[in-house]
Design a protein around this ligand. Sequence first.
Ligand code: SF4
Length: 487
Amino acid sequence: MTAKMLRFVTLGRAMPEKRGAELRRHDFDEIYREFRPEEAADQASRCSQCGVPFCQVHCPVHNNIPDWLKLAAEGRLEEAYETSSATNNFPEICGRICPQDRLCEGNCVIEQAGHGTVTIGAIEKFITDTAWEKGWVKPVRPRRERRQSIGIVGAGPAGLAAAEELRRQGYQVTVYDRYDRAGGLLIYGIPAFKLEKEVVQRRTALLVEAGVTFTLNFEVGRDASLEELRRRHDAILIACGVYKARDIQAPGVGLHNIVPALDYLTASNRSSLGDHVPAFASGALDARGKNVVVIGGGDTAMDCVRTAVRQGALSVKCLYRRDRANMPGSQREVAHAEEEGVEFVWLAQPEAFVGGSGNADPYKLTGLRAQRIHLGIADATGRQQPRPIEGSHFHLPADLAIKALGFDPENLPEAMGAPGLELTRWGSVKLDWKRMATNLEGVFAAGDIVRGASLVVWAIRDGRDAAAAIQRYLMAKEAGLSATAAE
Ligand code: SF4
């Protein structure tokens, strides 16, 4: 059947049914239900099949979106899955967590023309979830086995994407990760109401089935140095992400109950996975019954506020020093959070953290002294600079403050026992981007450790690029060896 496309003229944009805020405030289930097949086909048929598809141009992995939309509109879902998985290792993950409003959907010409974007992300999720249901998602089966081995440091999205691509070529792949589960931030950072954990775990299981070895609870620098790993493998990929939380400078920041975002989210995700987390059990990392203030305006801050709501916080406020239009987080996430009862305090920043005298714990946080901000002139990056307004203090009660101010790289040469590894002035790994190569022979890097904290889809793109670069390197090395042997 050939579907009639360009139906945006007569058919409005529709997302899958969203569960009511009152219902979703009480659980960690994903908030959207799946499209019904006819709804997905209808929505896909709104695409105008642009000659120059801006959706694809603005997708970090350059998904062939118009093609898989047409196939989905025609009900040819298996082919749609093949097309979407040709450029993306985890389309169902991107369908769930990509900020499509800043990428494909934000650049869809129909959106720009005022008709409402094609719901690309929801259709991508529908296609891939259907593929899983029907058994079309299979482990990669290399045509031939190669003897060379690659060690990948980090089981987050960059490492997992690279592992699959390298295994597809028949290389022996070992993924090392310091945590006890593979997935990195997909498992321990992103809350289940955005990405249910089985969605990640079934991908990891597929990689195991494909022959990828996972060595978990393994910390490079503690269990082996990078040099030792280099001796063990023919190539190394560093894809360990960035985990060092940026801190805040303000009086009282050392009080109890002021916690980094990732500690808070990890405790929540771990306890949802059934782990015993003492800091969660003691209440230190649990928002139940508390007035919570989250500081920051990125996607991690949005994850924290929405987690706090679900844990049963008394009140949840998000304090951000810029305004809504200038926040780094997705506008969709803000809308979800507001529906769920989060209050945003724009153009404000903490001036001091206040502890309560008279409490059993004298170091217990009781509130924040905040101050209002106005946005001044733009700096060299084009962003207006936040300026505190004199005498504009106000008080916010808080029993738990969560710092979501972004992440920096750890000192990798020191942490990994690799003093020769070159870094940029921001502390990220210095890369020759054409070769995805570090300054150390046979050592490559990908994902946040190279580009700084960024989107999962960029990590996937980097992982794929690094896999291709590693393959070129190993083939050249092998060709060089055989040439030498023939001489
Ligand atoms: Fe279809 Fe929008 Fe992409 Fe154009 S930009 S091909 S209308 S999804």
